[in-house]
Ligand binder design. Sequence first.
Ligand code: AAL
Length: 429
Amino acid sequence: MLKPIIFLGLLLLLTCESPDATGKADASTETTTKEEVPAEGYPWDIPQSKPDRPLSAAMERLYDNYLTPRPEDNELFSSFKYTPLEGLDYNNGDGTISRRDASKIIKENGKYYVWYTRRNTVAPPVGFHRAKEATDEIPSTDWDLSEIWYATSEDGFTWEEQGVAVPRPPKPAVGWRSVTTTDILKWKGKYYLYYQAFMEASGLKGDHCPVAVSYADSPDGPWTPANQVIIPNGEPGTWDQFSIHDPYPLVYKDKIYIYFKAAYGDRPEYLVGNGLAIADDPLGPFTKHPLNPLFNSGHETALFPFKEGIAALVIRNGNEASTIQYAEDGVNFNIASVTSLMPTAAGSYIPDAFNSNGNGRGISWGLCHFTNASEVKGKSHSILARFDCDLSLDVDDPAMKNTQLWLRPEVYFSQGLTKEQKARLQTSR
Ligand code: AAL
């Protein structure tokens, strides 16, 4: 369909008045040339920099807020494509095996490595709101009673599960109930896995936990737990008083930057934000940034070095959900683009996560998860999948810069009215 349109466009261009052999346009047919601002009316040829003319608020924003006027030219705009993974088994999707919350991916020993939450329980979770029914064997949530496992891959599509990296330690050690949602740091030749360390079933009071860490000399372990809380919860009454989630380390400005997530406010009136804690040593002490939270929207942390700053995938919650944001200083983020169908809990392949030295190159693929992998109630579990995109300064893939997605009707119908809504709407006619 696209080809005939491009062909027609070219034909039209070729049949239009063209400059004479001297390169000058015939004065009688002269209209506007590129970047020239006509006396009246916004120009046909999109000015790449802000034209000197009155602009509507939206057109002002087009130049003030985005890297380029067209998303297709914007290095921080991308659409996303998804591929199921080969090599991971889910017990026929019966809800007893779940994999979710992939770490960033790193390449070591010629292979890609990823770490993630893996739950293998006798039964599927009873659910956040029924957490009281959870036992030592029956999980409350999808990430309760979990461990941190890892897998390697040659091509990023087929993954071989290698086994457990961080098991649940015996009670009462930090993380005895569940160790989940990990991410990796490489620092001075050593490896550090940061993770959520639960000391009670998630959902009992909330999704409450602090952050712990284990370290190793090799990405294949063995991992030694530091057995201490690394990023403590905030003071009572502050936004991160109950939980620090999704610890996400990057090396930036020669320091360890751990971005993290916290949800605050009493549900349903709650917000999810991401904050930052900085340290000189992987085992701390970590100092929380005084401007936290750094994001007003988003959910799981997904950031990467980009040029001299840090970029972030901001998904799901809040006014600025479905945006890609950028902070030249890693702290003060602004919207760089608005997109759709973003990867949930993205763990990107970030070759320069620990050595970008002010020249971050961006990302082009990673793993994400789908939490609703089963349509059947009572078989709830998550699966990992691959996403591809073009948020990289080293990739130029126009097929990843699609602002018009045509999704099948069933995708829309899966977001149908609830029974109550439908009944209300049908009787109120
Ligand atoms: C996620 C993360 C954290 C939460 C739960 C498991 O995707 O934000 O890890 O605790 O959901």
